[in-house]
Design a protein around this ligand. Structure first.
Ligand SMILES: NC(=O)C1=CN([C@@H]2O[C@H](COP(=O)(O)OP(=O)(O)OC[C@H]3O[C@@H](n4cnc5c(N)ncnc54)[C@H](OP(=O)(O)O)[C@@H]3O)[C@@H](O)[C@H]2O)C=CC1
Ligand SMILES: O=C(O)[C@@H]1CCC=N1
Length: 269
């Protein structure tokens, strides 16, 4: 069955999603329309695949779409919904918003039409930037959706990495761990690179070592499904080298800093 999508906002996230969708099994490139107010983002998507439809600040494609995906900054969601809601057919269409700090209750309020109409299936979807390499850990919450619609949205985002359906109450905390958390991982790597340079490595030489180490650590945890301490114990020889570093980390407040950081990144609801 042919499914059409309009992606509104072709910036970092919108264009990464579109590039991934083109290679997925749900949409054909010609069934994807991207609307943006900037011609640069649109041109680079067309250079990537000329079958993708592009539209400069024109939402006409919304009417013909099965799925409408909002990928604009959070403070623009209200305006865009105002611009498209009268053309939407709520009984047929799915609305997906990836705006990090806009919750479903707010979206439903924005979607209300003056004439009154049952609200559409609404999905709040939180990817992370690894969506550009189809390795996002994506969180999904739904409202007014049938199980078939939930399966469709899960399928779309599972093809762009991992995707999990969650109660919306967990989304704000979850996105601190997944969407913001990816930046903490980069910061850890950056710190290792700084140490490596002091120890005589070139930056990209040591970054490669650090990245592959982190990938290995993540795969070990993912495959062995053990608590982190079990894997740490396997590394830590009594009286050996690792424990000296781990104790330094803790004396400098590493775990506490990470806990505070995750809590600080939780969006207010
Ligand atoms: N970055 C991240 O890690 C994550 C981001 N998100 C969410 O994703 C959303 C998009 O973020 P990101 O891709 O980083 O933002 P970007 O600014 O890169 O992309 C948004 C795009 O939308 C365009 N735009 C602005 N107004 C309109 C409009 N009225 N109609 C159509 N297009 C418009 C912007 O153009 P212009 O630049 O000219 O204004 C820009 O190209 C945000 O809501 C964010 O909260 C969610 C999870 C993770
Ligand atoms: O920093 C932000 O607000 C966005 C949302 C999650 C990741 N980046």
């Amino acid at each position: 069955m042919r499914i059409r999508i309009t992606v509104i906002g072709g910036g970092n996230m919108g264009s990464a999603i579109v590039r991934g969708l083109v290679h997925g099994s749900v949409f054909r490139a010609e069934d994807i329309t991207v609307v943006d107010i900037s011609v640069c983002s649109l041109n680079s998507l067309q250079e990537f695949n000329s079958s993708i439809r592009i539209s400069l600040a024109n939402y006409d494609s919304v009417r013909e779409s099965d799925v409408v995906l909002l990928a604009v900054k959070p403070w623009l969601v209200n305006k865009v919904i105002e611009d498209i809601k009268e053309t939407m057919n709520y009984s047929q269409q799915i609305l997906i918003s990836i705006a990090a700090s806009v919750n479903i209750a707010d979206i439903n309020r924005m979607l209300k039409k003056s004439k009154g109409e049952d609200l559409p299936a609404v999905f709040r979807v939180i990817p992370n930037t690894a969506i550009a390499v189809k390795r996002s850990m994506t969180l999904i919450a739904s409202c007014n959706a049938s199980s078939k619609q939930e399966e469709l949205v899960l399928r779309i985002f599972s093809e762009l990495g991992n995707a999990v359906l969650l109660d919306e109450e967990k989304i704000s905390a979850g996105l601190a761990i997944t969407s913001c958390g990816i930046a903490y991982c980069f910061r850890y790597i950056r710190a290792v690179v700084s140490a490596g340079v002091e120890l005589g490595f070139y930056p990209m030489e040591v970054q490669e070592l650090a990245v592959k180490t982190m990938l290995g650590a993540a795969v070990l945890l993912d495959e062995n499904k053990q608590p982190t301490e079990v894997e740490i114990d396997k590394v830590t020889t009594p009286g050996g080298l690792t424990i000296k570093g781990l104790n330094q980390l803790e004396s400098k407040g590493f775990s506490s800093a990470v806990i505070q950081a995750v809590k600080a990144s939780v969006a207010e609801s």
